[in-house]
Design a binder for this molecule. Structure first.
Ligand code: GZL
Length: 308
């Protein structure tokens, strides 16, 4: 692939391939697989050499990956952090090595904002709020208490924290909407099924709504609901996040009632940021992809457009 010839800060054009080290957090969901694919394809497209390491949910492995990128002498490092905390020490090593850092997808809890150049990802709080506002509308004509079960994502990950907070802030508007059960299910289909099965065994037919922090857990939960002899999307209203093709297919079948989009296709934004960094340009601190909610009403029209 052609090297990306970049005008660096000084006059000399950089006539070697730009090297990006990317620490990906895992491969737990369809969203994550699409995210990895988007980064790999966009790097190829941009003529950027991608050093890719998958940490399979281990923050320690992410630290090791970052140290290997520093040793390798990459031009830019990008990290999709599995959880929000514990990042300052390794980011200081990156800063001392003089390598610019991009934070992708999930956020880090940092006291020193100079440790990274830009965050490129979604507004998870807004995603949670959109889910909560949909539920307020959906249940407007249903009087009495509405019992909600929640499948949270990876404990300590910003999408889990912020989607939960945004959802709770939105449903505060109606006291009868209560979170009856809430457990982490790690963003995977398998854990979503197991935890939903345990909810149904404990609370049986008292659950009115399921809020799943991602589609993979929602798909697992649908299996558990059907095994329990109930109709997903009817006996239990189901709201999910990501917007994968499978979730849209479930909406067309009436088994999921609404899906909040969370766009995994960060690749083009990331490579644009890398090339601009190499030209010595300054970047915005936050680069957020616009997102919206889709419901069972619009699913039919939209399903064919889904790219992940
Ligand atoms: C959100 C991303 C989440 C997705 C899940 O940006 O971090 O992680 O919602 C994925 O599907 O596992």
């Amino acid at each position: 692939s052609s090297a990306a010839v970049i005008q660096t800060g000084d006059t000399e054009p950089l006539n070697r391939q730009v090297k990006l080290g990317f620490s990906q957090l895992g491969s737990e969901s369809d969203w994550r697989l699409a995210n990895t694919k988007s980064i790999e394809e966009a790097a190829k497209e941009a003529g950027i050499e991608l050093l890719f390491k998958n940490a399979e949910q281990s923050q320690e492995k992410q630290f090791e990956a970052v140290r290997s990128f520093i040793k390798e002498g990459v031009d830019v490092i990008a990290i999709a952090p599995v959880v929000e905390t514990g990042w300052e020490p390794i980011l200081r090593e990156v800063q001392e090595a003089g390598i610019p850092l991009l934070i992708l997808d999930r956020k880090m809890e940092l006291t020193d904002q100079s440790l990274y150049v830009s965050f490129i990802g979604s507004d998870f709080y807004e995603e949670g709020r959109m889910a909560g506002r949909f539920l307020l509308d959906k249940m407007r004509d249903q009087p009495g208490e509405i019992r909600i079960a929640e499948l949270r994502g990876t404990e300590g990950a910003s999408p889990s924290i912020d989607r939960g907070t945004g959802f709770r802030d939105a449903i505060k508007e109606r006291a009868e909407l209560t979170i009856y059960a809430s457990e982490p299910a790690d963003f995977t289909q398998e854990r979503g099924k197991e935890v939903m099965r345990s909810f149904l065994q404990s609370y049986g037919d008292e659950i009115d709504v399921l809020f799943a922090h991602n589609d993979d857990m929602a798909l697992g939960a649908i299996e558990a609901v059907e095994e329990h002899g109930l109709r997903p999307g009817k006996d239990i209203i189901i709201i999910s996040v990501d917007g994968t093709r499978q979730a849209f297919e479930m909406m067309v079948e009436g088994k999921i009632n609404a899906v909040v989009e969370c766009n995994p296709m960060l690749g083009p934004n990331v490579m644009q940021a890398v090339l601009e960094l190499m030209e010595g340009r300054t970047l915005p601190k936050r680069i957020i992809t616009p997102e919206r909610i889709y419901t069972e009403v619009t699913a039919e029209r939209e399903v064919a457009n889904r790219k992940y």
